[in-house]
Design a protein around this ligand. Structure first.
Ligand SMILES: NC(=O)C1=CN([C@@H]2O[C@H](COP(=O)(O)OP(=O)(O)OC[C@H]3O[C@@H](n4cnc5c(N)ncnc54)[C@H](OP(=O)(O)O)[C@@H]3O)[C@@H](O)[C@H]2O)C=CC1
Ligand SMILES: CC(=O)N[C@@H](CCC(=O)OP(=O)(O)O)C(=O)O
Length: 314
């Protein structure tokens, strides 16, 4: 039995991680009183007692929390973006390549990626590594997300009885191209330059999909959607949590429309390759609180504890 503490356990990702852990047979959870949730001394005590600490905090608080851990045994899984491109931390996408699971397993510090980033990297990284998408490709990522991605303050605004009418409609944000996910997407997708990210937050709780256009004449050589689909399916064959849709209709509703929430309450990411020989569209959908955050954090914990990776996850 492993002892686990979730710092930020009353927040959005923290509550979801606690929910996963409560059904997990291999762990015992340390619960902090609500009133003490920000008290450094109490948090420090729990963190140093735990085998694994999840950090579900804003970036600055996550950096400070790391300093509270004084023993060399406690292992950290950070859901914030404080350590995502830090080479001393393993990046928490086990599917990133053949050595990534070992990197996570052997690390005391794991940084779980952001939701937009996970979806974009799962689609782009194999294609850049495989030479299909050139490293200097000017990637643009359009991302539609539910409001839980913004954390408890944003959730409270969306769920307030007398909310602003602007929350009824889709809202673009971070259009100045300074979104904090850009560096991690560039690094782990293997791109020379930061991509463009166009996120849109909408009036539903959770579920995210990115769309990434590929112009065939800008690829290293011509590829049909079928070839790229086949390549990705081979790359992810045997992966329990990444599914590549086998054709252009699978995964869509009967009327041909797209359900952005179809991976909700799972740790699954689904990849689509659509379009035609000239203009190809990559898409990934996932639960921003599943494979996009808390589910991925549990998957990394299982790898670190060397227990079956699917334990507690669907
Ligand atoms: N929501 C999502 O889909 C995703 C979120 N993330 C990242 O995970 C992290 C947590 O996000 P999320 O759960 O959404 O955020 P929330 O705002 O919902 O929760 C954050 C929690 O951290 C607590 N907290 C804040 N500052 C401190 C502090 N100094 N000491 C102790 N506790 C503190 C808050 O306490 P209080 O109750 O007092 O406010 C709150 O409970 C963020 O870095 C976020 O960017 C990553 C991927 C996806
Ligand atoms: C809707 C919304 O605001 N989403 C967040 C992403 C949530 C997430 O992935 O968190 P990290 O930033 O910690 O990676 C955003 O775009 O910043």
């Amino acid at each position: 039995m492993y002892c686990v503490y979730v710092d930020g356990q009353y927040g959005t990702t923290g509550l979801k991680i606690k929910d996963y852990l409560s059904k997990h047979q291999n762990v015992q959870i340390l619960t902090i009183d609500y009133e003490k949730r920000r008290d450094p001394e109490t948090r420090k005590k729990y963190m140093n007692e735990a085998d694994i600490v999840f950090l579900c905090l804003p970036d600055q608080a996550a950096k400070e929390a790391v300093k509270l851990i004084e023993n060399s045994e406690t292992r950290i899984i950070d859901a914030s973006s404080a350590h995502r491109i830090d080479d001393d931390w393993a990046y928490g996408i086990p599917e990133l390549g053949p050595t990534q699971r070992d990197r996570i397993k052997n690390s005391k510090r794991v940084s779980v990626p952001g939701c937009h980033a996970t979806a974009a990297i799962l689609a782009l990284s194999p294609l850049v590594k495989g030479g299909i998408v050139p490293k200097n490709y000017p990637a643009a990522i359009f991302s539609v997300t539910g409001y839980s991605g913004g954390g408890k303050d944003v959730i409270a605004k969306y769920e307030s009885g007398n909310r602003d009418r602007h929350l009824d409609i889709p809202r673009h944000y971070a259009l100045s191209q300074n979104h904090k996910h850009l560096p991690e997407i560039q690094k782990y997708a293997g791109l020379d330059d930061k991509p463009m990210l166009i996120p849109v937050i909408c009036d539903y709780y959770k579920g995210l999909a990115v769309s990434i256009p590929l112009f065939s004449n800008k690829l290293a050589k011509d590829h049909s959607p079928e070839e790229i689909r086949h390549f990705l399916a081979n790359y992810y064959s045997g992966e329990p949590f990444v599914n590549v849709m086998p054709n252009e209709t699978e995964g869509f509703l009967e009327d041909g429309s797209f359900d952005i929430t179809a991976c909700n309450d799972t740790n699954r990411a689904e990849l689509f390759v659509l379009g035609n020989d000239d203009r190809i569209m990559l898409m990934t959908r996932l639960d921003n609180l599943g494979k996009g955050a808390s589910g991925a954090a549990i998957q990394c914990m299982n790898i670190m504890l060397e227990i079956p990776e699917q334990t507690g996850l669907v």
